[in-house]
Design a protein around this ligand. Sequence first.
Ligand code: CP
Ligand code: NVA
Length: 311
Amino acid sequence: MKHFVQITDFSVEEIQATLKLTEELKTHRLKTPKILDQESWGLLFYKSSTRTRVSFEVGVQELGANAIVLNSQSTQIGRGETIKDTAKVLSRYLHGLVIRAYDHSVVTEFAEHATMPIVNGLTDFNHPCQILTDIYSILERYSPKEVNLQALEGKKVVFLGDTASNMANSWILAAAYLNFELILAGPDGFEPKHSVLKALKDSNLTARHSFTNDAMAATENADVLYTDVWVSMGDENEAEARKATMKNYQVNEALLKNAHKDALFLHCLPAHLNEEVTQGVIEGAHSIVYDQAENRLHTQKAVMAQLKALR
Ligand code: CP
Ligand code: NVA
């Protein structure tokens, strides 16, 4: 059974095919083929969500399936039913399940026991649907006629702020897998964690990232600037300390000016204005954050279609 728990679960060829299908589904949105006709897909949330929740629910419906949104607390999971039993039982009703969880092992345990495809809708470790969308959103700017992974070659991506976060991990895996340069610019103590280095090793990938404290040096002539909130879901008790330590990594006008003149700014959203990014940058000409948010819908439809084809 094929799952989508981290980007490397799809081969590079499957990623290229998914991006191509994304392009087709985006171009002909109102003529979406009913690829999941008569199916039922579950969306299970242990954490808050706006984009993931709505884009998946709309995407499932546009593909002809029925979407069932579940909250962990209102199911028997909240009263201690095991993941193993839940995965086995839900597999008897559903044709696929998207899960947003705190601990990554929740999603991997579902994947181990489910007999339907499991899609990771974000864990503390990574966010594969988001990184796939991010790659697509960059590529549609670089090669608008036909989205092609080769357009990433030689590009310099800089991730600023919480360089030990789920989104930073997603970029680390993507850089090693899809072969582009990634610089992580963040404070001491936020170097990539053992878990992502182990994931690289387990996937036989050579790291393509470097880590620095120097945001200005990192962003010089950069093609892509990326940031995420400084306080991720689950990190709230460290909020004040994180804001203090990450303040030098705000994506602002000075950093953007230091980047390539055509640099793109991306953010997975939600954003905290004038913390990790200034209002001027996020609403400015280099920002593609709203296209990026829209593209969640199109890429995830393509992911579900691919998982069905590979089922
Ligand atoms: N980017 C993202 O996953 O947004 P939500 O938390 O709103 O789903
Ligand atoms: N790093 C953020 C991403 C939100 C989409 C979080 O986990 O809260």
